[in-house]
Design a protein around this ligand. Structure first.
Ligand SMILES: [Zn+2]
Length: 424
């Protein structure tokens, strides 16, 4: 930003004008309990962008008086919100699992399909056989889709390699895609997603491999910010999870966990014990688990479409968590098995309907709280001066339509790091 001497105005690169409203949460930390519904709505507001950052947010007339913009973006009476942050995805995979989807609609359960050699292990076979080039090309295509749907930051897990070499192959694909594409990826190592077939009868050897070889290599090559683990009775139990998480923490990884999805194993308490940034899933979490998450300030990441996809009766007690003061994020859990969608607007509608969340709550959960779960609440997740200029123009008359309308993407323009990267 520079001062224009002729009229005292500050120069900015872009002014987003003509909006019915700008709707955004505010602050640099996750908002819980009653504060979750605290989205700020500015009728007739505008946003000024200088370089990659937001330089001003406020009434359009005030911003026009203060700023001289090189370009204007007309919101055409739409609604402006922060770019969505998807804090739980498995976007690197080869092959899809539509046949399992049909098995489930025919009555088979997720665990039955997994034990029969399907599930995660079928995608592991696909990833191991696929070339790096094809994995990268497919990830980039999926990132285009994220962008079109308004998601500007995506957490991306490995976990379909399940050997040192193959997990590193996946994480390098994530790093390369992150360099090439405007959508930001946050890399997570998920070597403890499942036991690979070759370790089926010697599971403790795979835990040894994780702690002695895989985690140190991933740390040394700086390929992941987070370490994640699938803690569940049929995969990694509490003791193995503790061993893996202890090593990960010692090596400097931040932690996020898949917990209490299919059984109430005490995974939420485990996430609290280790000070994880997030505890994800939680369909079967107990009241004690909710209390532990609250005490430790762990963000529950709710993926409401997964229970639907798995035809699981038990749903995340989202409302109970919010009423207990927790600060949830909502996410897709995009993956080829248990949730084949990349759409955050869809997640917002389902969160509203199934968790009884208000429009303001789902917007905060999909932006600021999701950013906080990725340790980025000081940089993204709200439209405030100094934050990254990641914003969406929606062809909706107000932000309440986001959760209200189902089945169509309302995203008309996506600005990422101050640049228009998608326009419909
Ligand atoms: Zn997942």
């Amino acid at each position: 930003m520079s001062q224009d001497k002729s009229n005292g105005q500050e120069r900015v690169d872009l002014l987003v004008v003509g909006a019915a409203e700008v709707a955004t949460a505010m602050g640099q930390e996750a908002l819980g309990g009653a504060r979750l519904a605290g989205c700020h709505v500015g009728k007739g507001w505008a946003v000024a962008v200088a370089g990659e950052r937001i330089a001003g947010v406020g009434p359009e007339a005030e911003l026009r008086a203060r700023f001289q913009a090189d370009a204007e973006l007309d919101a055409c009476g739409g609604t402006v919100v922060p770019g969505f942050v998807d804090s739980h995805t498995h976007p690197v995979f080869a092959g899809t699992r539509e046949d399992e989807f049909e098995m489930r609609t025919g009555g088979a359960t997720y665990v039955e399909i997994g034990l029969a050699g399907g599930g995660i292990l079928s995608t592991v076979r696909g990833v191991r056989e696929e070339s790096t080039e094809v994995l990268l090309a497919q990830l980039l295509m999926r990132m285009d889709r994220f962008l079109e749907l308004g998601t500007t930051t995506v957490e991306a897990k490995s976990g379909y390699g399940l050997s040192t070499e193959m997990e590193i192959k996946m994480l390098r694909v994530i790093a390369e895609a992150n360099r090439m594409h405007p959508v930001d990826l946050v890399p997570t190592f998920l070597g403890a997603h499942e036991y690979p077939e070759e370790y089926r009868d010697r599971r403790s050897d795979y835990v040894d491999l994780l702690v002695k070889e895989m985690l140190p290599r991933v740390a040394e090559e700086k390929l992941a910010e987070y370490c994640d683990i699938f803690t569940e009775t049929h995969v990694f139990g509490l003791e193995d999870s503790r061993r893996i998480l202890t090593t990960a923490k010692d090596l400097g990884f931040r932690l996020r966990l898949h917990v209490d999805q299919l059984t109430p194993l005490g995974g939420a308490e485990l996430a609290a014990e280790f000070g994880a940034d997030s505890a994800d899933h939680l369909e079967c979490v107990t009241d004690k688990g909710i209390e532990a998450l609250g005490d430790a300030g762990v963000i529950p990441v709710i993926c409401p479409l997964v229970a639907l996809y798995l035809r699981q009766e038990q749903e995340v007690p989202g409302r109970r968590m919010i009423d207990a003061g927790l600060a949830p994020a909502i996410a897709t859990d995009f993956n080829p098995g248990s949730c084949y969608t990349q759409s955050m607007p869809e997640v917002m509608t389902w969160s509203a309907l199934r968790m009884r969340m208000s429009a303001s709550e789902v917007l905060t959960a999909a932006t600021l709280n999701a950013a906080a779960s990725l340790n980025r609440a000081d940089d993204i997740g709200t439209l405030e001066v100094g934050k990254r200029a990641d914003l969406l123009v929606l062809d909706l008359p107000n932000y309440k339509h986001l959760a209200y309308e189902l089945g169509r993407s309302p995203v008309r323009v996506v600005v990422k790091n101050g640049q228009v990267q998608f326009q419909k």
